[in-house]
Design a protein around this ligand. Structure first.
Ligand code: C2E
Ligand code: CA
Length: 977
């Protein structure tokens, strides 16, 4: 640990030292003191003139850290070129020199200043070294250099070198153009250009003199300059309108109006739109001149320093312009200075990157050391934890054994408590429950019972004494022997224990039950000496058992045995191989009693019936409620019809008395089926089924009828089931079709309509058979809707085919009354198929009125309101009350075949005549149905019958056959008189 920390500290120290080294670098001071010299710089211009700041910077650079005082004077000859200005300058300077110090050297910049120095050397600078630079007039410079106190550098712009450079950049150039003006400088520039161009005979030279144009016109001139032209910017100060343009604006102007790089041989404009070129270095001028002064100060005689005829240059370009004109960068001299160059951040910030890198490296090292340190610490911690865990495990083990000890102690304590509790429980059991303890001494026969036996038997009795004596007080005498035997068996070892259920000897009160239990105690010779036991009051248990047994086998409502119990009894009889009869009956219209009076009255009726049956019951008769409104009667040991008939008589009598239901008197009818066993069947379920079949038959044959089962009924049932299956299949798989039977108007012989009659497509079963089954099973609702739809659809199809619209009649079963949506359904159909409602006739039978009179009336009225026609079918088969006709809202009566046969059989047709008359008087039309013979037609015509339907004209036909007779006229038949 310590070692690591030391290492970290030393690294930190190193880092701090490095930082200090970097920050203090370069601040080491140069030292020895020398006497200060005074130098004067005279500039021909002003401090703000383009070239001057560089010159001053060059001088200052060279004089840096030297004991020199530099003074500067500016002649401003550019703006004030007059002699007066020179004179004023002289006066001023001479005043200053005479009143301050003498100068040790003078530097003069440009021609005007040199001239001034020459002119006033004697007066102002006598025997003082004078160094000049930037002298354009070579001759003047050479002259001055002859002076023993003067030396310096000449200035020569090298246009030719710039042109050469431009040719390298643009080898396809054919022309060189120079921008000049008419100012003195501009003229000088033009002259220099023309001189330079003498070296380039292969290139055309063009002078672009701004003073010949306005700046606007000149802009256009510049814009026309093409890629083959090398363009030099020399001077562009004034146009022909004497408009003067500032330098900064000139650069911008050129930039905006040229498409070629613009070369510059002197300072200004590079970085502001001009490409640049080989430029005079004014800074270098200053530096060289200052250097010459320093040489003189160092002891070199001034006249030994020769005139420098080589002007210092440097290359200066705008990097963005290079890029813009795609100048090959390889051609740019390496030493060239570039402006607008994007700085490489890596290079630029190398110092910082290195510093940050070192810092990161250092921090990384520190982090690694810390991590290593951390890992070691954790290792130690883990070891510590492990040993700690080991310790606590040992501690826990110790604690556990202590806990175990405690637990064992607790167990002992608990056992003690439990034993105590058991004793208490025993006490409670004996004293406060319905039990007592007894003890019998086998040898002495003495019985001792705990005193609470008196609570159990609910009287005061002796609790000790002879076995028989004590027992006599407790149990019913009939159990005495059984108890005695049970005890003997136990004594003799035949049974392990005494276990016997006995009843008490009280006859007048509620019978009580006891369970006596006991076990023998043996002595050391294994002789049974005593029996200990308990007496338990089991009355309520026995009662509950009895109740459950009873409830399981009895009907809760009537308390008659239930179907299950009945079957058990029947089974016993069958086992005994005895013979008998099973009677099954149910209440007619029980459903409507329930529906109209409510279930309470329905239940009440069943209870009353049960009570009446009990009254007529004898030992041969076993009665049970089968369920619902069905009752089963078993007549044991009866083989004779006549005896059964006697019982039936009794039952009929029983029903002949009026029932009181809900405060009103009601006669109740029943239907009964009877079957003999084992004659009809030995199988219990089959026996009941047989009775059911017979009862079903009885139901169809009127009130209070009883029918004996016979074999044939089974067949009927079977075929009924078959038809049911066929109907179901037909409903599922489009198995129905309609036949149509025409109805003929007697007067005209015309077919006025058709009755639609239902058929099964794949089975030759008459509707007289399958319709009742469909009604019974409730299928008629679905089938009835199908018939309505198919008949209406067919009529619509015929009309579509061009047949004249005729009436179509459909049969409506009373059982369809349950289809509450029927009227709306048919309404929807006639709308869907665009049929007029008066063309649909609905045939009802008077049976429909039996069900629910008012409801039926409303229904029929509603049908008529909708515009449908109503025909009363099968008139003459049932009640056929003429009275019905007075209030039944029907349009037509269909006389049944049977009534026609009956009344037209003989010559006497008076009845028929008056019947038709009556109907007509009630505004009803008459259709005679089932007419096969001509003579009947004649008679019916004579009697005024309106329509005829029968085989005489046509049997019911399938639609395509019917189409053949659709428009037939039977006038010829009807004409018969
Ligand atoms: P219904 O309404 O009395 O129909 C007339 C029955 O008499 C038809 O028997 C018809 O074929 C038959 N018939 C017609 N002319 C003569 C004739 O000159 N001589 C004889 N012997 N019989 C003739 P079908 O088609 O067997 O229908 C029997 C019954 O089935 C119908 O009696 C009707 O109550 C019922 N039914 C038929 N189709 C339907 C139906 O679509 N719905 C309902 N609910 N019942 C229908
Ligand atoms: Ca009919």
């Amino acid at each position: 640990m310590k070692r690591e920390r030391k290492f970290v500290c030393s690294l930190l120290g190193l880092f701090v030292l490095a930082v200090l080294l970097v920050s203090f670098r370069g601040s080491i001071v140069n030292g020895a003191e020398q006497p200060r010299k005074n130098v004067l710089f005279i500039s021909s211009y002003t401090q703000s003139f383009m070239t001057v700041p560089d010159q001053i910077s060059g001088i200052k650079k060279e004089f840096k850290n030297q004991p020199i005082n530099l003074d500067m004077e500016f002649m401003d000859t550019k703006r004030f070129a007059s002699d007066q200005n020179i004179k004023n300058f002289y006066t001023n300077l001479s005043f200053k020199i005479k009143n301050t110090q003498k100068y040790d050297a003078v530097i003069v910049g440009d021609d005007a200043a040199l001239q001034f120095a020459i002119d006033y050397q004697e007066d102002l600078f006598s025997q003082i070294p004078i160094v000049f630079f930037g002298i354009n007039d070579k001759d003047r410079a050479k002259e001055a250099a002859k002076n023993p106190y003067m030396t310096g550098i000449v200035e020569e712009t090298s246009l030719d070198e710039n042109i050469q450079l431009a040719r390298k950049f643009n080898p396809t150039a054919t022309k060189v153009a120079a921008i000049v003006d008419d100012t003195l400088t501009g003229k000088g520039d033009q002259k220099q250009f023309e001189t330079a161009m003498q070296a380039f005979t292969d290139l055309d030279s063009i002078i672009l003199n701004v003073s010949n144009y306005s700046f606007e016109e000149f802009a256009k001139v510049l814009e026309k300059i093409d890629e083959n032209t090398i363009l030099l910017f020399l001077s562009m100060n004034q146009d022909n309108t004497n408009h003067y343009m500032e330098m900064q604006d000139q650069y911008l102007f050129i930039k905006n109006h040229t498409k070629v790089p613009v070369y510059r041989a002197s300072i200004g404009g590079v970085g502001e739109g001009l490409l640049g070129g080989r430029l005079i270095s004014y800074e270098a001028f200053g530096q060289i001149a200052a250097g010459m002064v320093l040489d003189v100060f160092a002891g070199t005689p001034i006249d030994s320093i020769p005139l420098l005829e080589e002007t210092p240059y440097y290359y200066f370009f705008d990097n963005q312009i290079i890029k813009k004109y795609k100048i090959d960068e390889a051609l740019i001299p390496k030493e060239a200075v570039l402006v607008n160059k994007r700085i490489n951040p890596l290079k630029e910030y190398m110092k910082y990157i290195v510093t940050v890198g070192v810092l990161i490296l250092f921090l990384g090292c520190v982090a690694i050391i810390l991590i290593i340190d951390n890992i070691k610490r954790r290792k130690i911690q883990r070891k510590l934890q492990e040993s700690n865990e080991e310790l606590s495990m040992i501690y826990e083990e110790l604690a556990a054994s202590e806990e175990e000890l405690k637990m064992q102690y607790g167990l002992v304590e608990q056992h003690a408590k439990e034993t105590d509790l058991l004793y208490q429980k025993y006490d409670i059991a004996i004293t406060s429950t319905d039990s007592a303890v007894w003890e019998l001494d086998v040898k002495t026969n003495e019985l001792e019972v705990s005193s609470n036996i008196q609570n159990i038997v609910n009287k005061a009795i002796p609790i000790r004494g002879d076995f028989n004596y004590v027992l006599g007080y407790v149990i019913h005498p009939e159990y005495k022997e059984q108890v005695f035997n049970e005890i003997q068996n136990c004594i003799m070892g035949k049974k392990d224990e005494v276990y016997i259920q006995v009843s008490d000897n009280a006859q007048d009160k509620r019978q009580r039950w006891f369970l006596i239990r006991g076990k023998g105690i043996h002595d050391k010779d294994n002789n049974l000496t005593k029996i200990y036991g308990i007496v338990l009051d089991t009355t309520s248990i026995i009662e509950k058992e009895e109740y459950i047994k009873h409830a399981a086998s009895h009907d809760y409502l009537t308390d008659l045995p239930n179907r299950l119990r009945f079957m058990e009894v029947l089974e016993e009889e069958l086992k005994k191989e005895s013979s008998g009869a099973v009677l099954l009956f149910d209440i007619d219209d029980f459903k409507s009693i329930n529906d109209t009076l409510g279930h309470v009255y329905g239940d009440e009726l069943l209870k009353q019936i049960a009570a009446r049956i009990r009254n007529i019951q004898d030992e041969k008769m076993y009665v049970a409620r089968m369920g619902g409104d069905e009752f089963l009667i078993l007549l044991k040991d009866v083989t004779d019809n006549q005896i059964v008939d006697l019982y039936i008589k009794r039952i009929k009598k029983m029903f002949s008395q009026v029932f009181m239901l809900g405060g009103r008197e009601d006669f109740i009818h029943f239907s009964m089926g009877v079957t003999f066993y084992p004659m009809d069947s030995k199988n219990i379920s089959q026996i009941i089924m047989n009775a059911d079949t017979a009862m079903y038959k009885a139901k169809k044959s009127g009130k209070n009828s009883c029918i004996y089962y016979h074999e044939q009924m089974k067949e009927e049932l079977k075929s009924k089931k078959k038809v049911e299956a066929i109907l179901r299949e037909a409903m599922k798989n489009d198995g129905f079709c309609l036949y149509y039977q025409p109805q003929i108007e007697v007067k005209t012989g015309e077919i006025i309509g058709f009755e639609a009659l239902l058929r099964l497509k794949n089975h030759n079963i008459s509707p007289d058979i399958f319709i009742p089954i469909a009604e019974e099973r409730g299928y008629i609702i679905e089938i009835g809707r199908w018939v309505a739809k198919e008949a209406i659809r067919q009529m619509a199809e015929w009309i579509k085919k061009g047949y004249p619209e005729k009436m179509i009649a459909i049969n409506y079963s009373g059982k369809q009354m349950r289809d509450k949506g029927f009227i709306n359904y048919v309404k929807g159909l006639i709308q869907e198929y665009g049929m007029k409602p008066e063309y649909l006739e609905i045939e009802i039978t008077e049976g429909i009125f039996f069900e629910n009179n008012t409801q039926t009336l409303d229904f029929i009225k509603e049908l008529r309101n909708q515009g449908f026609k109503i025909a009363l079918d099968d008139f003459g088969t049932g009640y056929s009350s003429l009275y019905y006709l007075t209030y039944m809202p029907v349009d037509k009566i269909k006389l049944d075949k049977s009534i026609i046969d009956k009344f037209l059989e003989f010559e006497n047709n008076k009845v028929m005549e008056s019947l038709i008359l009556l109907a007509h008087s009630l505004n009803l039309k008459i259709t005679a149905e089932g007419i096969e013979e001509e003579n009947k037609l004649i008679k019916l015509k004579q009697n005024g019958c309106d329509y005829i339907q029968g085989y005489l004209f046509s049997k019911p036909l399938i639609h395509m056959d019917l189409e053949k007779i659709y428009n037939n006229n039977y006038k010829n038949y009807c004409a018969i008189n």
